[in-house]
Design a protein around this ligand. Structure first.
Ligand code: F6P
Length: 323
């Protein structure tokens, strides 16, 4: 491997910059040239790339977002788009590709690497934490901290006014951010796609809390949950307990920004170096992960197809502590 390309794709995540920095510096350390590809796969299709050097990645470790820019490329989903990408890949003399992104980006990476037999390595960068083959994805810890900080603030005003708040967090179809925020933020309940909770069960939990003189009530709702949006749920609860003063807060994209936590910076740095070292050792079509604090490589196809489960024990703990 003499020359590699690196890109960030899909929804951005805090720590992506740290991962790019690690890929660039590890490549140079091992005598490999490295090209930064801009705007995800679109940059590969349009030949929007340039060589990066040690100083090209100075002062980005602490910055959220991705300086390479990101996109959810529609063209790369077509055979023609991928063929154009391969032409540019060859024309620029690239030998391998490092893709930093989530499951959508890895689906593209998997198809591309099989179609053209190109060495590809994935680095999991998504706030959703919904990829198997790693305990945590880059950006998840920062997003959880951001959500928890917001919940702390909401709790202040919730208790002053004795209100019930529904706080909606991101996560697409997964409830990782919700579960983590519920424990870290001390929620009375959480509604996640992975568990089949009903409105009735939620109401009886709330009534129990009221009977136990619970001072403030914050319910965390995962955006992908089966009971609808946080507004829908709030409305249904209001029908059953009309005397509750209810408010809804959707945290939205603020969960995607901000300076990455130390945990995310270290995770991204480890994974970036491991991606380059993996390519040197002949790894391909795999995703780098950290499992039980050890670097591991999982076939990309497996990482995107296996559904990652919420930790049962964390779920149990959230329930015990919400009484
Ligand atoms: O995958 C990251 C994520 O932030 C999800 O949590 C959310 O569902 C989605 O991206 C939002 O996508 P967009 O930024 O395109 O609105």
């Amino acid at each position: 491997i003499k020359k590699i390309g690196v890109l960030t794709s899909g929804g951005d995540a805090p720590g992506m910059n740290a991962a790019v920095r690690a890929v660039v510096r590890a490549s140079i350390y091992y005598g490999i040239d490295v090209f930064g590809i801009y705007k995800g796969y679109d940059g590969l299709i349009n030949g929007n790339m340039e060589q990066l050097y040690v100083r090209s990645v100075s002062n980005i470790l602490s910055r959220g977002g991705t300086f390479l820019l990101s996109a959810r490329s529609k063209e790369f989903r077509t055979k023609e788009g991928r063929a154009k990408a391969y032409e540019n890949f060859k024309a620029n003399g690239l030998d391998a590709l490092v893709v930093i992104g989530g499951d959508g980006s890895f689906t593209g990476a998997d198809i591309f690497s099989q179609e053209f037999d190109v060495p590809v390595i994935g680095i999991p960068g998504t706030i959703d934490n919904d990829l198997s083959g790693t305990d945590f994805t880059i950006g998840y810890d920062t997003a959880c901290n951001t959500a928890r900080e917001a919940i702390d603030k909401i709790r202040d005003t919730a208790s002053s006014h004795e209100r019930l708040f529904f706080v909606e967090v991101m996560g697409r179809d997964a409830g990782f951010i919700a579960l983590n925020s519920a424990i870290g933020g001390g929620a009375v309940a959480m509604i996640v796609p992975e568990h089949n909770w009903s409105i009735d069960a939620l109401i009886s939990r709330l009534k129990k809390g009221a009977a136990n003189q619970k001072a403030s009530n914050v319910v965390i709702v995962a955006e992908g949950c089966h009971l609808g949006s946080s507004y829908d749920i709030a409305e249904k609860v209001k029908e059953h307990i009309p005397h509750y003063d209810i408010r809804v807060s959707v945290l939205g994209h603020l969960q995607r920004g901000g300076s990455p936590t130390t945990l995310d910076r270290v995770l991204a740095s480890r994974m970036g170096v491991a991606a380059v070292e993996g390519l040197r050792e002949g790894q391909s079509k795999v995703m780098v992960g950290v499992i039980n604090n050890k670097i591991s490589y999982t076939p990309i196809g497996e990482a995107i197809k296996t559904i990652k489960r919420l930790d049962d024990d964390e779920f149990r703990i959230a329930k015990i502590l919400s009484i």
